[in-house]
Design a protein around this ligand. Structure first.
Ligand SMILES: Cc1cc2nc3c(=O)[nH]c(=O)nc-3n(C[C@H](O)[C@H](O)[C@H](O)COP(=O)(O)O)c2cc1C
Length: 149
């Protein structure tokens, strides 16, 4: 299937994880497009069979567990738009020493559900990606194998 992976990153981890996921999905026979969320419009996300959204969790205006600022902009710009039942998946990088571990995953997932998207798999929260890349890539790989619409 045609899969779009839309990501944002501050320190490179989410980009690395997204690139790994893209390669894994290609090896499973999918056609994969990887783009930064800042480079894509809401309507363009609708052109894929499956949309995967991924954001690190970060501070925003002193509030922990928030999505990347580009995700916040995307959500604001997309006000009033609806996914119309289209399949979506969410994963995110975080650090479990923070009070709101992977809060961005919950926020992005809620945003999708409230705006008519269908979450097709349990969102994946990855702890300390860059500190244990091999084990975390295994989690991503297993998650990728379950992506079906
Ligand atoms: C300033 C700052 C705030 C962070 N806030 C959170 C947080 O609230 N929740 C969480 O799970 N991780 C938090 N993290 C951890 C990052 O989400 C984690 O390091 C992630 O891998 C970064 O992804 P990136 O390399 O794609 O930017 C924070 C990290 C920094 C540096």
């Amino acid at each position: 299937m045609k899969i779009g992976i839309f990501y944002a990153t501050y320190s490179g981890g989410t980009q690395m994880a997204s690139e790994f996921l893209a390669e894994k999905l290609k090896s499973l026979g999918h056609e994969v497009t990887l783009k930064q969320i800042s480079e894509i419009s809401f309507d363009e996300t609708l052109t894929y069979d499956l949309r995967v959204f991924t954001s690190p969790s970060w501070d925003n205006e002193s509030e922990e567990g928030q999505p990347h600022i580009d995700f916040i902009s995307f959500i604001q710009k997309s006000a009033g738009k609806n996914f119309s039942g289209k399949p979506c998946a969410v994963f995110g990088l975080g650090d479990s020493t923070y009070a709101h571990f992977c809060g961005a995953v919950d926020i992005v997932t809620d945003y999708i559900k409230k705006n008519g998207g269908k979450i097709i798999i349990n969102p994946l929260k990855i702890d300390g990606y860059l500190f244990n890349t091999e084990a975390n890539n295994k989690l991503l790989s297993d998650w990728a194998s379950k992506l079906k619409v």
